[in-house]
Design a protein around this ligand. Structure first.
Ligand SMILES: NC(=O)CCC(=O)C(=O)O
Length: 264
């Protein structure tokens, strides 16, 4: 399949209120799955279970992500829809990670990725453990990849994922004011330079001393913004055609023209 309908659940997350956040996440998934036509893929934002309640994160984090995995996997299977389950605060024996999962239409796990660049400005490095591997996977036969929020400031990671074949990059985030122009510019740059679709799901509202601006986006491999949310809770929907990736890569053959021996 080269065409995908994507729905992004741009939601307000209450820092530290996991029960409210789980309820909101489930309501958001149900609302997205009820769209007509139904989406092929639903995406959630970063750290949707706890928000940035980092000083209490060990108490709040989901042990092995068991609760989130059980709920989202069951939802995927019941509705026959792929879900990229945001990221959550996941409790592991060696600490808390900022981890996303993806499930296919049968509810089977197809991806797990823990954020590898921790964002010092929001104290992530003091409370979270960084992941150690990049996030590539396959979605309905499409080579795809995921990064989390601050990761998009590292073009070398996006390039590695694109060189590995990714045509679709999915980015859950909690990106606050006042850096809207960084968010939009970096996401568009990752799409243009790697000639791939970039799909980013942000949050809205005040939490943990930050104000999140939404502006979830779907950007095509030419850098065109196909859909962009405003600063309020919403389900943002866009239809993408993956065939455009090969067309753009054929028109400007960036990957064939690279000179890695000069700069790697
Ligand atoms: N949650 C994050 O990683 C935020 C990243 C961010 O705001 C940035 O400017 O980078």
């Amino acid at each position: 399949m080269t065409r995908l309908r994507i729905a992004l659940v741009q939601m307000n997350i209450e820092a530290g209120n996991t029960e409210a956040n789980f309820a909101k996440m489930e309501a958001g998934l149900e609302e997205a799955a009820a769209l007509d036509p139904k989406p092929d893929l639903i995406v959630l934002p970063e750290m949707w279970n706890t928000g940035y309640a980092l000083t209490e994160i060990r108490r709040l984090a989901d042990p092995d992500g068991a609760r989130a995995k059980r709920l989202v996997s069951g939802f995927s299977r019941r509705h026959g829809v792929n879900v990229l389950a945001g990221s959550i605060a996941q409790l592991r024996p060696d600490g808390v990670t900022n981890t996303l999962y993806a499930f296919d239409r049968t509810g089977a796990a197809i991806a797990e990725y823990s954020k590898i660049h921790l964002f010092r400005l929001m104290d992530e490095h003091l409370h979270l453990e960084a992941g150690e591997t990049a996030g590539s996977f396959e979605l309905e036969g499409v080579p795809a990849a995921a990064m989390i929020c601050y990761d998009i400031r590292f073009p070398e990671l996006a390039r590695k994922l694109a060189l590995g074949g990714a045509k679709l990059l999915i980015v859950p985030a909690q990106w606050p004011h006042p850096r809207l122009h960084h968010w939009r510019t970096l996401l568009q740059a990752r799409a243009i330079e790697n000639q791939m679709f970039v799909v980013s799901c942000n949050t809205v509202g005040e939490s943990g001393g930050s104000s999140f601006f939404g502006h979830s986006m779907v950007i095509d491999p030419w850098g065109e913004v196909l859909a962009e949310a405003e600063e309020r809770e919403t389900i943002l929907v866009a239809d993408i055609d993956l065939a455009l990736v090969d067309e753009v890569r054929g028109r400007i053959p960036v990957f064939a023209d690279r000179r890695p021996n000069l700069y790697e």
